[in-house]
Design a protein. Structure first.
Length: 293
């Protein structure tokens, strides 16, 4: 029997039910899923193996902010990379509500020229089923979608239709990710970029030299993700600048970076930062591939 495998970008504005859907799929096909692990390239939310098909769901952090001017560069890069490398897109919308934000996300998705399946979620909230048919018709005018599905992630209705529709779009392939090869490296890299960006945004006038960020530890707790990171500077004077008066600067860096990382991971984060003077960090870092840092 042939096997299929592929990468699916799960996209939709905040609150449409993306996390709920993934959590339900995780519960539904329990043993087959590794949750929120990261592989070499993608920011993976979940891997699901079901009836000879491996579904690799990736996140597109930042894409829902596409309409905002100040889009975090690291998040944007990660989002576009995820879209470019996916085999199919699962675009989630809310029954009866298609907002400007939905439209700007759709505009971005259309540029990727990947097959798009729409999951209209929260149909349990709709009293009049006629309204759903009208909603489907208006969606059809916006793009030639592969399929338009009516689901309720919360009530677990028609979740199999989502998997069936996606499975048809995935190429014949061996499993992409054996679980024992999964690492959190790319996620660490994106997190270190987020921290670095906050340091630059706040201190680019005062810090003449490059700084480096080293993720010391990363662990997924039950309620929070714990991250410990080192900010490496070349001199004592720079350390004082990064720390600021009574720690005010490093506190501000920490708050801003934590908010970005929480948006990326979609869960609470406990971020601890330290500053260390390490005159030779450049020599140590330059030899390394960014994904290996
Ligand atoms: P995300 O921001 O796209 O990840 O959205 P969430 O998964 O966090 O869901 C946002 C809210 O919508 C939560 O309160 C969910 O319980 C709710 N929700 C998700 N799916 C459904 C659904 O199928 N029906 C209803 N009634 N509520 C849902
Ligand atoms: Mg979510």
């Amino acid at each position: 029997m042939s096997t299929h495998a592929g990468v699916i970008a799960l996209v939709g504005r905040p609150n449409v039910g993306k996390s709920t859907l993934l959590n339900q799929l995780v519960d539904y096909h329990l043993a087959a899923v590794s949750h929120k692990v990261q592989t070499t390239r993608h920011l993976i939310r979940g891997i699901l193996t079901h009836e000879n098909t491996q579904f690799v769901f990736v996140d597109t952090p930042g894409i829902h902010q596409a309409h905002q001017k100040q889009l975090n560069r690291a998040l944007n890069r990660a989002a576009v990379a995820a879209l470019e490398e996916c085999d199919a897109i699962l675009f989630m919308v809310e029954a009866g509500r298609f907002t400007d934000e939905d439209q700007s996300i759709l505009d971005l998705l259309k540029r990727q020229k990947r097959p798009i399946v729409v999951a209209i979620n929260k149909v349990d909230k709709v009293k009049n089923k006629e309204d759903l048919l009208v909603f489907i018709d208006t969606l059809k005018t916006r793009h030639e979608f592969e399929e338009i599905l009516l689901i309720s992630a919360l009530k677990r209705s028609h979740l199999d239709s989502v998997l069936d529709a996606l499975a048809r779009l995935l190429p014949e392939s061996e499993a992409l990710y054996p679980e024992d090869q999964i690492t959190d490296r790319p996620l660490r890299f994106v997190i270190s970029e987020i921290i670095r960006e906050q340091v630059y945004d706040l201190l680019h006038q005062e810090l003449p030299y490059d700084i480096a960020i080293e993720i010391e530890s990363f662990s997924e707790g039950r309620r929070k993700t714990h991250v410990e990171a080192l900010i490496l500077v070349a001199q004592n004077s720079q350390k004082a600048i990064v720390i600021g008066k009574q720690g005010s600067m490093i506190r501000e860096i920490g708050i801003r970076a934590r908010e970005e990382i929480e948006r990326l991971l979609d869960r609470p984060v406990d971020l601890r930062l330290w500053v260390r003077v390490e005159p030779h960090w450049v020599d140590r870092f330059e030899a390394l591939d960014p994904l290996q840092r």
